[in-house]
Design a protein around this ligand. Structure first.
Ligand code: NAD
Ligand code: UGA
Length: 435
């Protein structure tokens, strides 16, 4: 099948590449010339493990190409995916659908034969119908249908998630559209991955409900972690104890500095806004948003407390800035709140992130940038782990002690064991665990 992917960001590039790996002929389109030019040179504009090899292999096989020419890509496609951004709109938290609607209009102008237009971007209930209306209005003569196929991949594990998903959700209104989607996902279908066919609106809501549920799960364990700190209980034991109940499940129960990233924050906000719009208030989701927002500020206070109540004039070594490991994505990362709060409290920040530095340098001011964990620790009064990159999991504590001014660590991801850190001579603070 011939596929056009409109929007070649984290989702568009991964999905387009994986569709080409399935054997389809895929053209990825983007408006950003830097992005397309770097892909044409064989350079991958984002960090996602395994993506570079997969892109190069499929480009070489002639199944994957990149262009800014949306007209040609759409004219040659059986299915056109919309994978553009849907960021939070300032003020009301609703999803900004201007990129989706602009893409719909451009697609409409390029249609030459029956084409299935599929929203892969995360979009609120009713967006697919609006895309349909825009295309119909722009091109009353065009033969097309609109379907919804939300994406559930996680950054850092995106290829595995796309190739081996728990399920695929397709909101489609006709047998023809369903057949097309089934053919696109044929390799998964054959492997017995559940493919759920629903209405357009149902597929749209499944995506938001899923993300909001996961954000709620994280926020729940984060609040339990706060209680654990007060009652001398280890949150990891609690998480394991409840997670072994199959009805609860052990995943997404890692306490930390609060969820971040390009999706949970914006999607919980957009879902809450949809609830308000339809007079069906989602008070749990509203509370999750509020609790998570406040949590990030509280993590800075935790560092201040570890430094004896003030960080004025102190130097803080920060390891990890991205919202999670194995990505260079800084969008809504907890570090964006924690680091400036510490700077406002008078601290000097030394920092390092394995893949996020390029982006981070645009977002932070007055940071002493370092090349690895040990250089970051040199001369610092405290070491703070914000993101659990693997290379921070086995630091040489003896070496760290010689580099730090004082052996103090605040581990916001619980990657070390309190007892071991105590034995190593550290004052060690983590999340929801007795010291
Ligand atoms: P992104 O910002 O990384 O990429 C979007 C791309 O679309 C940009 O490169 C932009 O230049 C391009 N674009 C915008 N308008 C265009 C147009 N008219 N024609 C061609 N290109 C255009 O965004 P992302 O993180 O890939 O997210 C895309 C969508 O997928 C969002 O709705 C998001 O919620 C959803 N999603 C993201 C993830 C993730 O892990 N990032 C996972 C699941 C779903
Ligand atoms: C998330 C979802 O997991 C994907 O299914 C979804 O497709 C995607 O959003 C999206 O819609 O864009 P992603 O944001 O890439 O994926 O990463 P996650 O692994 O879900 O982590 C999100 C945030 O939650 C990170 O800040 C992470 O550190 C935090 N988290 C996650 C925790 O604090 N504890 C956990 O147990 C899990």
């Amino acid at each position: 099948m011939r596929v056009a992917m409109i929007g070649t960001g984290y989702v568009g590039l991964v999905s387009g590449t994986c569709f080409s790996e399935f054997g389809h002929s895929v053209t990825c389109v983007d408006k950003n010339p830097d992005r397309i030019n770097s892909l044409l040179r064989g350079e991958i504009p984002i960090f996602e493990p395994g993506l570079d090899d997969l892109v190069l292999r499929n480009v070489k096989a002639g199944r994957l190409s990149f262009t800014m020419d949306i007209k040609a890509a759409v004219a040659n496609a059986d299915a056109v995916f919309i994978g553009v951004g849907t960021p939070s709109r300032r003020g009301d938290g609703e999803a900004d659908l201007s990129y989706v609607y602009a893409a719909a209009k451009e697609i409409a102008e390029a249609l030459t034969h029956y084409t299935l237009i599929v929203t892969k971007s995360t979009v609120p209930v009713g967006t697919g119908r609006e895309v349909e209306r825009i295309i119909r209005e722009t091109r009353p003569d065009a033969e097309f249908e609109v379907a919804s196929n939300p994406e559930f991949l996680r950054e850092g594990a995106a290829i595995e998630d796309f190739m081996r998903p728990d399920r695929v959700v397709c909101g489609a209104g006709s047998d023809r559209a369903r057949e097309l989607l089934r053919a696109l996902y044929r390799p998964l279908y054959i492997n017995e991955t559940p493919i759920l066919f629903t209405t357009l609106e149902t597929a749209e809501l499944i995506k938001y409900a899923g993300n909001a549920f996961l954000a709620t799960k994280i926020t729940f364990i984060n609040e339990i972690a706060d209680l654990c700190e007060k009652v001398n209980v280890n949150v990891q034991d609690v998480a394991r104890g409840i997670g072994l109940d199959g009805r609860i499940g052990g995943k997404f129960l890692h306490a930390g500095p609060g969820y971040g990233g390009s999706c949970f924050p914006k999607d919980t906000n957009a879902l809450a806004a949809t609830g308000r719009k339809f007079d069906a208030p989602l008070s749990i989701v509203e509370t999750v948003i509020d609790v998570n927002d406040k949590r990030k500020g509280r993590m800075a206070e935790k560092v201040v407390a570890a430094c004896g109540g003030s960080v004025k004039g102190k130097t803080i070594a920060v390891l990890g800035l991205t919202f999670k490991p194995e990505t260079d994505d800084m969008r809504d990362s907890p570090s964006l709140e924690i680091v400036p709060a510490l700077q406002s409290a008078g601290a000097t920040i030394r920092a390092f992130d394995p893949e996020g530095m390029h982006e981070a340098k645009k977002l932070f001011k007055d940071i002493v940038w370092c090349d690895d964990g040990y250089e970051t620790a040199t001369g610092a009064d405290v070491l703070v782990i914000i993101t659990e990159w693997n290379q921070f999991r086995a630091l040489d504590m003896e070496k760290l002690k010689t580099l730090l001014r004082a052996p103090v660590m605040v581990d916001l991801r619980n990657i070390y064991k309190p007892a071991e850190m105590k034995q190593a001579g550290f004052r060690y603070y983590s999340v929801g665990r007795p010291p």
